[in-house]
Design a binder for this molecule. Structure first.
Ligand SMILES: Cc1ncc(COP(=O)(O)O)c(C=O)c1O
Length: 435
């Protein structure tokens, strides 16, 4: 009998364009917690979590119950036509939970990119300025502005221009490959101070609406700035009346061991964007921020037909309940400690691991051909991902050179599943190191 997997692969090739990429060849029949089962019944341990979307695990029973209950009540009214409680309840909880002891407001959209677009609209409107500064290695989505703010050219930007105007790009805090050629900590975080110099040769501060940054750069390679970085960046933004937008689409909801990763740096952003794991797998993004900024755009200036869909809001409320009632943050931190210890040990055994980095369970291995020259081991990373998939582990890479392995497993992964997954990863490292 032909495999269901093979049958659907053939149908996919005939009916769906090649643009939407596949990290693996799996088609999923069902998924629970940190395990997915494909159409032929093969079980896969999930270290990708649908690109960081299922931090509470696949089909968490509380999320499923909230979705079912809401679907039976009403599915859509459009917030602009007839309002509903879940939108308000979730906005209130986001305002309470996000960092910052000031009056905050929240609005919802559908995807991370749409959240970013709205944050930029709000910052531009509130400041009356056009420019936005993004960082090297940034990823902010695939819409026209999201793609413009994104750094990596292939595959995200190639052939899709012209891009949106008034976007400027400055060096990031990539200590392993410092764009300023310095070394931490003797550099004194010069990459943050560099913003003042950047204004001289690139764009005037009085023309700049916002600086946008991810706390840990996700697609860019899990690049984790040093502890002083965001305080410095924020001080410069404040001095010039520039809005600091923190894009937590990938880092929020416990991914880095805190509900919001920016808490690690002890600052409260002016605007904070969340999406991915916010609604446990349903499409939902939020922009949360200072009330005076959020409330600046005129009535009707923000929104969208599906934005803040009631089922997605109910799912997000269930996700927040899971964090509170199931101690998921403590679990995330314990998971982070386990994976970190294992990754540090792997780095001692395998020369190909140039750096281990990240916070909480948002961890990465940057693979290099040689620890001295740091030439990216791009081909080897591809082989590792494939070798792991063949043995039943779904793993994804990131980084501008595609040479970084990242962990985005559901935070509810069991010890057995984690051990099995890490064992497969180590076997894969042994395999690519032997070649
Ligand atoms: C930091 C960051 N911002 C924005 C996005 C875009 O989110 P979406 O794919 O939901 O549009 C992503 C997606 O990976 C992301 O990691």
């Amino acid at each position: 009998m032909p495999s269901r997997q093979a049958e659907y692969q053939a149908l996919r090739e005939k009916h769906v364009p090649r643009g939407p990429f596949q990290a693996t060849s799996a088609f999923i029949r069902e998924a629970r917690g940190a395990v997915m089962t494909d159409l032929d019944g093969r079980e896969l341990i999930d270290f990708a979590g649908g690109i960081g979307v299922v931090n509470v695990g696949h089909s968490h029973p509380r999320v499923v119950a909230a979705i079912q209950d809401q679907a039976a009540r009403y599915i859509h009214t459009c917030f602009h036509i007839a309002m509903y409680e879940p939108y308000i309840d979730l906005a209130r909880r986001m305002n309470e939970l996000t960092p910052g002891d000031f009056h905050k407001m929240t609005m919802f959209a559908n995807s991370g990119a749409e959240g970013v677009e709205n944050a930029v609209k709000i910052a531009r409107y509130a400041t009356g300025r056009p420019a936005v500064i993004a960082l090297d290695n940034a990823f902010h989505g695939r819409t026209l502005l999201g793609m413009t703010l994104t750094s990596k050219v292939k595959p995200y930007k190639l052939g899709f221009g012209p891009f949106a105007p008034e976007v400027y790009r400055m060096p990031n805090a990539y200590c392993y490959r410092c764009p300023l050629g310095k070394t931490y900590p003797s550099c004194q975080t010069a990459c943050a101070d560099h913003l003042e110099e950047f204004f001289v040769g690139n764009v005037a501060p009085e023309q700049t609406a916002a600086v946008i940054a991810e706390p840990i750069q996700g697609e860019g390679g899990f690049i984790t700035p040093p502890p002083e970085y965001f305080k410095k960046l924020q001080a410069i933004c404040r001095k010039h009346g520039i809005v600091l937008i923190i894009d937590e689409v990938q880092t929020a909801m416990g991914r880095a061991g805190k509900l919001f990763a920016i808490e690690h740096w002890g600052i409260a952003p002016d605007l904070l964007v969340t999406a991915k794991s916010l609604a446990g797998g349903l499409p939902l993004s939020a922009v949360t921020g200072r009330a005076e900024l959020m409330n600046a755009p005129h009535v009707g200036g923000l929104g969208g037909t599906f934005a803040g869909n009631p089922i997605a809001c109910r799912a997000a409320l269930a996700v927040l309940d899971v964090f509170e009632e199931e101690g998921l943050l403590a679990r995330a931190q314990a998971l982070g400690r386990k994976v970190r210890a294992r990754f540090d040990a792997l780095q001692e055994r395998y020369e190909i691991i140039g750096e281990v980095r990240g916070l909480g369970p948002m961890l990465a291995l940057e693979l290099v051909k040689d620890r001295g020259t740091k030439v990216p081991a791009t081909e080897e990373t591809k082989k590792l991902v494939q070798a792991c998939f063949e043995k039943g582990l779904v793993l994804i890479a990131c980084g501008n050179f595609g040479n970084v392995i990242r962990t985005l497993m559901p935070l509810v992964i069991t010890d057995d599943q984690l051990e099995k997954g890490l064992g497969i990863l180590e076997a894969g490292l042994r395999q690519i190191s032997a070649r």
